[in-house]
Design a binder for this molecule. Structure first.
Ligand code: BG6
Length: 547
């Protein structure tokens, strides 16, 4: 058909068109289509990024998890790896080594993780055959991260696994630890000769995944980065932001750039404002010590929220290669003005009852000092200085202890000029596009309609695309997608170092003034809508919740 890439094969599926791209063999370059139209084909890091179905087959590898007794390992990493095993997406012999301080045998680790996976996996119940097979490849390595013996032991184990399980010296080091541990681990790995040169074709790959926070501000972020890059090459470093692995977040580029009708509207000419919200109805859940260092600005806003904003506002990349996508994101982030105090509201939850359960105040959580000013909620208006968005406010909000758990993007369009229906409605109608990231994934568009009947009455109604109704497929967990990408070496959904620096640039001045001035957060009860002052901030920019 017209406009379908020449090399793409087509196959029908119940009325919808599924396009699949043959793997490999497609080089970079311009392609000429019949009719004289040209388009650029870049080597795909990962054909799935295009939403095209194809087989993925990562090489066998040992995944080494530092911080194996942590929360992330039990809730996310192990369940994700198990689910990849269920989907037969792990290379044969792929193994997992947990490194942590407490003494433990392989068998104990297997039994403990079996319970965790059974509890936290999206697929239930546990498939005993897949689990048994997966658990055979699960090993424990006891040691502290600052002790060189730990790495000597690890090396012996990894060499053995290469022999016994055929993992071909492919290593993925997952640092699920506080940032203060990054440097000792990376140095330990390097001294034990566990980091391969990425340019050496005779050796398997070494990759490192780092979890946020990557520092606490621009300077510390850059210092951390320098340390990492003393040992690893930028191509080997995967800075994870798990929001980028979410299905609906990955759909943002497809939605914008594989449809024609939204692009002409996607600018200051037609958009009134944009809101992005990450609301959670849980507290810090035992992570008080971590949260005290981070607060919501470093925990969610500077990364998850900013990434969503970048995908919503960026220009079309030259191609879907990881370089081109990340180049556009960096450009967008660099056109964001640093956030100023007047455009920010901070909050902290106090005790409250939500869904019949009483929750304590943040200040009384474990490891939180009673006078803590750490924000558990933040709202900020961001301004983009570029041609597309100049003057359009982006209101971003994130908080814990609220009355809802949802992430959504609202794009409000301008008022319909010359209200022809002024006699039947007292306001100038507007449209709103809502992208519901989670839960109940959906895309809805608010439009005006005539209410059926003999009178001319108008009603705001909704075009509604619900994922559960539109697609048969289950939504994989973000960590499944991202781990698979690291195993395949696809960097598109990871944060490049210049991108990280640009993100810190936006928030560092604000973070500094909050700390210097000891800014007081506004208290809000657990299970409420958050601080009252947000309304005034929104109104200052003409942002209302009513259409
Ligand atoms: C993490 C934060 O990055 O994201 C947590 O550290 C937060 O504090 C979590 O709860 C939210 O992720 P999700 O996938 O549950 O929306």
């Amino acid at each position: 058909g017209r406009g379908v890439p020449a090399h793409a094969a087509q196959s029908g599926r119940q009325g919808s068109r599924v396009v699949s791209r043959p793997r490999g063999g497609v080089g970079d370059g311009w392609r000429l289509l019949q009719g004289g139209r040209v388009f650029y084909v870049a080597r795909m890091d990962n054909p799935l990024r295009q939403g095209l179905s194809t087989e993925r087959a990562p090489a066998p590898c040992v995944v080494v998890i530092f911080g194996a007794s942590g929360d992330l390992t039990k809730r996310k990493l192990l369940p994700a790896l198990y689910n990849l095993a269920v989907s037969r997406l792990l290379g044969p012999g792929t193994s997992v080594v947990g490194v942590a301080r407490r003494p433990k045998t392989d068998e104990e680790l297997r039994a403990e993780q079996k319970e965790n996976v059974a509890r936290f996996s999206r697929r239930k119940p546990l498939d005993p055959a897949v689990w048994d097979d997966f658990a055979q490849g699960l090993y424990y390595c006891q040691g502290t991260f600052s002790d060189s013996d730990t790495y000597v032991k690890l090396r012996v184990l990894l060499d053995r696994l290469d022999q016994e399980r055929g993992t071909r010296q492919n290593r993925l080091f997952y640092l699920s630890v506080p940032p203060s541990e990054f440097v000792p681990i990376v140095e330990g790995l390097s001294k034990a000769g566990l980091v391969a040169d990425p340019n050496d074709p005779t050796h398997g790959f070494s990759r490192v995944v780092v979890e946020k926070p990557f520092g606490i501000d621009l300077e510390s972020g850059e210092a951390l980065n320098r340390e990492l890059l003393r040992v690893f090459d930028e191509r080997q470093v995967f800075r994870i932001d798990h929001y980028l692995g979410k299905e609906t977040v990955q759909n943002l580029l497809v939605f914008r750039f594989a449809n024609h009708i939204f692009e002409p509207l996607w600018s200051r000419a037609h958009v009134d404002h944009v809101q992005i919200t990450v609301a959670e109805d849980i507290g810090v859940e035992g992570r008080g010590a971590f949260y005290e260092q981070a607060g919501t600005l470093r925990d969610v806003v500077q990364n998850h929220l900013l990434q969503i904003l970048a995908l919503i506002a960026m220009e079309q990349p030259v191609s879907l290669s990881s370089k081109d996508i990340r180049d556009e994101k960096v450009k967008l982030l660099r056109s964001l003005a640093p956030v100023v105090e007047q455009d920010v509201v901070l909050g902290q939850y106090i005790e409250g009852t939500w869904k019949g359960v009483h929750h304590p105040a943040y200040r009384t959580e474990e490891s939180v000092p009673p006078g803590s000013k750490t924000p558990t909620y933040a709202a900020a208006v961001l301004h983009l200085h570029n041609r597309r968005w100049d003057g359009i406010p982006f209101l971003i909000q994130a908080g814990k202890g609220l009355d809802d758990r949802m992430t959504e993007i609202r794009i409000r369009f301008r008022e319909v000029p010359g209200n022809l229906y002024g006699h039947s409605i007292e306001f100038f109608p507007r449209n709103e596009l809502v992208i519901r990231v989670q839960p109940d994934e959906a895309i809805t568009l608010e439009i005006m309609n005539k209410k059926p009947g003999l009178e001319m009455k108008l009603e705001q109604t909704r075009l509604n695309l619900r994922y559960d109704a539109a697609f048969n497929e289950d939504i994989p967990d973000a960590y499944e997608c991202l781990l698979l990408d690291v195993l395949e070496g696809d960097e598109s959904l990871f944060i490049r170092s210049d991108e990280l620096a640009a993100a810190w640039d936006i928030f560092t001045p604000l973070l500094k003034s909050i700390e210097q001035e000891q800014m007081e957060p506004e208290f809000y009860p657990f299970g409420s809508k958050g601080p009252e002052r947000v309304k005034a901030l929104a109104e200052r920019y003409g942002i209302t919740s009513e259409l």
